[in-house]
Ligand binder design. Structure first.
Ligand code: HBI
Ligand code: FE
Length: 295
């Protein structure tokens, strides 16, 4: 497999990381080392123990249906049989972060890019780029849920439009992804639960996002989220809470162009701030919040 051409490093929502122009590569399953499989097993086992009390049932059902386990890194081809049948989505193996427009085009066509490589044992708790565990364990189980699967396709289509409008619109849309797909919470009869991939793939943030008194937890609002800056180097200072995946999908129905225009006239909200118009589930203590610039 020839190594894809690296695009120059690029400032992305996960910091300053290499971005690859190419799209799809083959999952080199036979070349994973024993350590690679052990890293998957360790990360999977930790989250499997923790998440029944923290993740939403739709996510847990997705993990069960894929039959993820401690048998090492799954084969994408096997998972694609289940995924294709359920919602028409397919996993495609990629080298890592893709240029926004390449990424959006995949989502708009029901292809989810999953990095083929997995983190090293010394990176168990944090790494700057999305690896196989973040992408596969974090993002893919919810693609079995028809409403969330529709949301992700609609998001990709919206991304193509935002990319054509310009960088500010793109930033607004990236915030929507960040506060839902990556760091979203959902309110359920059993209490607050996680659906965001960035949280469910992180042991520390899974507990923090639900149990900690430090962050705000605020009811989801499309423009509120699009207008709120975020941190890429710490746990989130604010989590936005949806009532259902239908609510999330319905938010993507309107044409975003006038929303981008009205947001461009105002100024964004800092990640830690609470507004008078917010539906506040928790006004956080801000204990331990890092100071410094939000994105
Ligand atoms: N590329 N492979 C990959 N995975 C992502 O999650 C990803 C990306 N490129 C851009 C991106 N995410 C974010 O900018 C989204 O907000 C679009
Ligand atoms: Fe992600």
């Amino acid at each position: 497999m020839d190594t894809p051409r690296r695009v120059e490093h690029q400032e992305t929502d996960r910091g300053y990381v290499p971005v690859y122009a190419t799209g799809i590569v083959e999952q080199p399953w036979a070349s994973y080392s024993k350590t690679d499989h052990e890293v998957w097993n360790t990360l999977y086992q930790r989250q499997r123990e923790l998440l029944p009390a923290y993740a939403c049932k739709e996510f847990l059902e997705g993990v069960e249906r894929f039959g993820f386990g401690e048998g090492g890194i799954p084969r994408f081809d096997d998972l694609n049989k289940v995924l294709g049948e359920a919602t028409g989505w397919q996993i495609v193996a990629v080298e890592g972060l893709l240029p926004d427009e390449v990424f959006f085009d995949h989502l708009a066509n029901r292809r989810f890019p999953v990095s083929w490589w997995i983190r090293r044992p010394d990176q168990l708790d944090y790494l700057s780029e999305p690896d196989l565990f973040h992408d596969l364990f974090g993002h893919v189980p919810l693609l079995l849920n028809p409403v969330f699967a529709d949301y992700m396709e609609a998001y990709g289509k919206g991304g193509m439009k935002a990319h054509a409008i310009g960088p500010e619109a793109l930033m607004n849309l990236t915030r929507l992804y960040w506060y839902t797909v990556e760091f979203g919470l959902i309110n359920t009869p059993e209490g607050m639960r996680i659906y965001g991939a960035g949280i469910v793939s992180s042991k520390g943030e899974s507990v923090y996002s639900i149990d900690s008194a430090a962050p705000n937890r605020i009811g989801f609002g499309l423009e509120r989220v699009m207008n709120t800056k975020y941190r890429i180097d710490t746990y989130q200072q604010t989590y936005f809470v949806i009532d259902s995946f239908d609510q999330l999908f319905d938010a993507t129905r309107p044409d975003f162009t006038p929303i981008y225009a009205s947001l461009a006239e105002g100024s964004p909200v800092a990640a830690a701030d609470v507004l008078g118009t917010d539906k506040v589930f928790q006004r956080g203590t801000r204990e331990g919040f890092a100071s410094g610039a939000d994105n």
